[in-house]
Design a protein around this ligand. Structure first.
Ligand SMILES: NC(=O)c1ccc[n+]([C@@H]2O[C@H](COP(=O)([O-])OP(=O)(O)OC[C@H]3O[C@@H](n4cnc5c(N)ncnc54)[C@H](OP(=O)(O)O)[C@@H]3O)[C@@H](O)[C@H]2O)c1
Length: 317
């Protein structure tokens, strides 16, 4: 018996739908039947050959995360609904996951919502509530606020009773989505007077920046931080590099904190996943989710490359 999978034939090449043998597991692994898999920017970064952590060489099956049900496992009963973070291999009707990567999905969210609460959702939630230590009364600035990570970060700041929550979006047309996700206000990311526009929108100071952009918006956001402010670096959708003056970092006693879902504590991930699923079930997070058949993954991949306009693309078998 074979199973369909989405394979990357070579670095920089588009994915292909292939038929593969059913997988076999080793000790400490489980076999999972796919119900929904999220396409993320990280899948594209891995396929480009320029990812910052070890990944298998091509050809390999793509897919860093999926929700599915246990088919064979020594760790969980057959039929258990799980979310798995695997780096590669999840875009397949049947896939193998290390037992340590299995997180039970609570009742409430649909399969697609549970996927959105995975890599992107956890990056927004954990960067804000855990790494960023967002607290009551904080002034929080979220860069890339139209994206999935950004929208969850806005909702997380609201859930933690931040006093002022502002989003940085690409264009005025994205402002309504940021507001719907919890922003009091928004500014656009073009460089003209960006520091001044951020300062005005923040109404006084910034305690915490959740940064999915880096580049010029990241630099301007850092400049807005008040004493002991912190910036959580989550992504670099705008630019991989930026020139930063040193003095304000020292003078403000600022913290720049990295976040990678692949290097977070598994116990923190489990706890955060449960919290975020509960918030989603209570309709506390505004997300646009679109389900795409697995066979259409190559086109969905191209859409993710072009930018989805904040829509979470989820592959379903
Ligand atoms: N560290 C981690 O563990 C982790 C986990 C998940 C994601 N990430 C990273 O976080 C970032 C966001 O992920 P995501 O899933 O939210 O992606 P997404 O849904 O594609 O969102 C990215 C958002 O950033 C916007 N954007 C890009 N360049 C911009 C610019 N120069 N100015 C203003 N907005 C800009 C995009 O707008 P357009 O749609 O108009 O292009 C889009 O709204 C990615 O870089 C991703 O790799 C990191």
């Amino acid at each position: 018996m074979g199973c369909r999978a989405i394979e990357i034939p070579g670095h920089g090449q588009p994915p292909e739908v292939v038929e593969r043998d059913e997988p076999e597991r080793a000790a400490g692994e489980s076999i999972v039947r796919l119900r929904a898999a999220g396409i993320n920017p990280v899948d594209l970064a891995i396929a480009s050959g320029r990812f910052y952590l070890p990944v298998p060489p091509p050809p390999y099956v793509a897919g860093a995360e999926a929700v599915g049900e246990i088919v064979e496992s020594d760790a969980l009963p057959v039929g258990t609904r799980v979310w798995c973070l695997v780096r590669t291999g999840a875009f397949a009707e049947l896939f193998v996951a290390p037992d340590t990567a299995l997180v039970e999905v609570p009742e409430g969210p649909s399969d697609a919502q549970a996927v959105a609460a995975g890599i992107a959702g956890l990056a927004g939630w954990m960067a804000t509530t855990m790494r960023g230590a967002c607290g009551r009364g904080d002034h929080v600035l979220v860069l890339g606020a139209r994206g999935v990570v950004g929208r969850v970060a806005l909702a997380a700041a609201r859930a933690r009773e931040a006093a002022r929550v502002v989003g940085v979006v690409r264009s005025p047309g994205d402002g309504a989505a940021a507001a719907e996700a919890g922003a009091d206000s928004w500014v656009t990311s073009e460089p003209e007077h960006l520091e001044d526009r951020i300062a005005e929108a923040m109404e006084g100071t910034t305690d915490l920046v959740i940064d999915t952009l880096w580049g010029e918006p990241g630099r301007a956001a850092l400049r807005s931080l008040g004493l002991r402010g912190r910036l959580v670096q989550v992504g670099n959708a705008a630019s991989a590099t930026v020139e930063l003056p040193a003095g304000p970092l020292r003078g403000g006693r600022l913290d720049i904190r990295g976040f990678s879902i692949f290097n977070e504590d598994p116990a923190d991930i489990r706890a955060a996943f449960g919290e975020l699923c509960a918030l989603m079930a209570a309709r506390g997070v505004a997300l646009d989710i679109e389900e795409v058949p697995l066979d259409d993954a190559p086109e969905a991949w191209r859409r993710q490359q072009r930018g989805t306009g904040g829509v979470k693309l989820v592959l379903v078998p």
